[in-house]
Design a protein around this ligand. Structure first.
Ligand SMILES: NC(=O)c1ccc[n+]([C@@H]2O[C@H](COP(=O)([O-])OP(=O)(O)OC[C@H]3O[C@@H](n4cnc5c(N)ncnc54)[C@H](OP(=O)(O)O)[C@@H]3O)[C@@H](O)[C@H]2O)c1
Length: 294
């Protein structure tokens, strides 16, 4: 029988665990964790994401600050703001919400963040430490996926894991995490992208299929072997006139036909999505406790 991996449930449990930790810190008169977010421009989706992060901080008892700037903020000014946050002892960790306006180099910005405060886990030092299996901040979405796999006690050792997509924020890091000498991990990993021929044949050999492409309904039942674990990261808006919003969210996997073949599957929404913010909270707690670089 297929088990549905409930990201809402697991993220709720983790939030409760974090809230308990925060209360313990308060009882010891320690400073509570403080997450800051830098938001440049007026992209509505970015405003929603940052708002959700602020709300999540409040729910667990963290301090949060949002630094909002107009779209014409210069790159030099943003780098100065980052320097300020790097040096502000009140702030344990911060993120610069992506995407940034085209005139600002994302690479320069990410490199300027102090790795000790890089709770998004995008700094090359944190990525390098992840590759070397050293303590580091893991990027939020892959961290959330690994938490789901861990908490549902899904066996990964010796399994063939196929990852569809090689982005810097999902596909590439999750491939590394699944292959490293660690539990969960120790899988044999194949990573596919837009230049990979025979994706269907490769998918059919997957014990664990992680899909992060941004292609609604790409994975169909004939691409999945019986009993596979399917993790769907895709979040795509499709028109739905019957909904008040006019759209609904679907994954990269054609859920209705794929789910019956799986041992485990994540729904969209309610699977990987809720884990991303909670992973950021986990990283911020680690930052406040100096667990990575202490
Ligand atoms: N739930 C969450 O919290 C969360 C977080 C992050 C992302 N997402 C969602 O996850 C999806 C992926 O995001 P992303 O940022 O990783 O996307 P991305 O940067 O656009 O990368 C997509 C990857 O998929 C590959 N790809 C796209 N179409 C393909 C095709 N037809 N055949 C084979 N490979 C193909 C691309 O190959 P190339 O490299 O060759 O171009 C690329 O590696 C999106 O729907 C996004 O909204 C969800």
């Amino acid at each position: 029988m297929t088990k549905i991996i409930d990201g809402k449930l697991i993220s709720g449990l983790i939030r409760d665990e974090i809230a308990v930790e925060v209360r313990k810190m308060m009882n010891k008169d320690l400073k509570v964790p403080h997450l800051a977010a830098v938001l440049v421009g007026d992209d509505p989706a970015s405003h929603t994401y940052v708002g959700n992060k602020e709300k999540a901080c409040q729910e667990v008892g963290f301090m949060s600050s949002i630094y909002k700037y107009p779209v014409n903020l210069s790159e030099a000014a943003l780098l100065e703001i980052i320097d300020f946050l790097n040096n502000d002892p009140e702030i344990d960790g911060f993120i610069v919400q992506l995407p940034l306006p085209g005139h600002i180099s994302v690479e320069k910005v990410l490199e300027r963040i102090d790795p000790r405060k890089d709770v998004d886990g995008f700094h090359p030092i944190n990525i390098g430490r992840m590759v070397q299996n050293m303590p580091c901040y893991l990027p939020a979405t892959p961290f959330g996926i690994m938490q789901l796999i861990d908490r549902y006690e899904i066996e990964t050792e010796g399994k063939h894991c196929v990852v569809l997509g090689r982005s810097q924020i999902v596909g590439t890091p999750v491939s590394l995490l699944m292959s490293r000498k660690h539990k969960p991990g120790n899988a044999t990993v194949t990573i596919c992208h837009s230049k990979t021929p025979n994706i269907k044949d490769i998918c059919l050999t997957a014990d664990i299929l992680i899909v992060a492409m941004g292609q609604a309904g790409f994975v169909t039942a004939d691409m999945v072997k019986d009993g596979a674990v399917v993790i769907d990261v895709g979040t795509n808006r499709i028109e739905a006139p019957e909904k008040k919003s006019g759209y609904r969210l679907v994954g990269d996997v054609l859920y209705e036909e794929v789910a019956p073949k799986c041992s485990f599957i994540t729904p969209v929404p309610g699977g990987v999505g809720p884990m991303t913010i909670v992973s950021l909270l986990m990283n911020t707690l680690k930052a406040a406790k100096n667990e990575i670089y202490g």
